[in-house]
Design a protein. Structure first.
Length: 157
């Protein structure tokens, strides 16, 4: 698995570069997901199929946006000046642009069973949505698959 470390000052410089790009330019950066033949690139061991905890599906990012709890993550703007958000978005763009794979977001169902909850990946989802990627992969906790299918369409990968 390829890993990387980006020094803080370099992240700040990269953020400024990415902020200057249009959405069209940013959407040319192709996402690289750690699924399928690249499953060995997963960083989160819990997502590994050998654990039999999660299954992978393809979804429409807009369906996740409409049916998930994002807490403090704003889904209407890519960069918002908050260091945590801007750092995460920059790191994702940089990873994809430089050939690194990224785990798909992982979701479960809320206790009320009316909304999706992220185990991980709110910024990945936000980025996929705002860059208007047609679909994106997600990892769904197996025990919630049938009920999540009542909220969003899950396509097999």
């Amino acid at each position: 698995m390829k890993t990387e470390h980006i020094p803080f000052d370099e992240i700040q410089e990269l953020t400024e570069i990415y902020k200057q790009k249009t959405f069209e330019e940013l959407s040319l950066i192709k996402p690289r997901w750690a699924i399928g033949k690249h499953i060995k690139e997963l960083r989160d061991f819990e997502l590994n199929p050998i654990n039999n905890s999660y299954s992978f599906y393809s979804v429409l990012p807009r369906e996740i946006i409409a049916n998930a709890e994002f807490l403090e993550v704003e889904t209407d703007t890519l960069f918002n000046g908050l260091s945590n958000n801007d750092f995460r978005i920059t790191r994702l763009l940089h990873r994809w642009e430089n050939g690194y794979f990224v785990d798909p977001p992982s979701i479960s169902l809320s206790e009320s069973k009316r909304i999706l909850r992220f185990c991980d990946g709110r910024h990945r989802t936000k980025l996929s949505y705002l860059l208007m990627f047609e679909t994106m992969p997600i990892a769904v906790i197996n025990q919630d698959v049938d009920e999540i299918k009542n909220l969003i369409k899950l396509a097999s990968i």
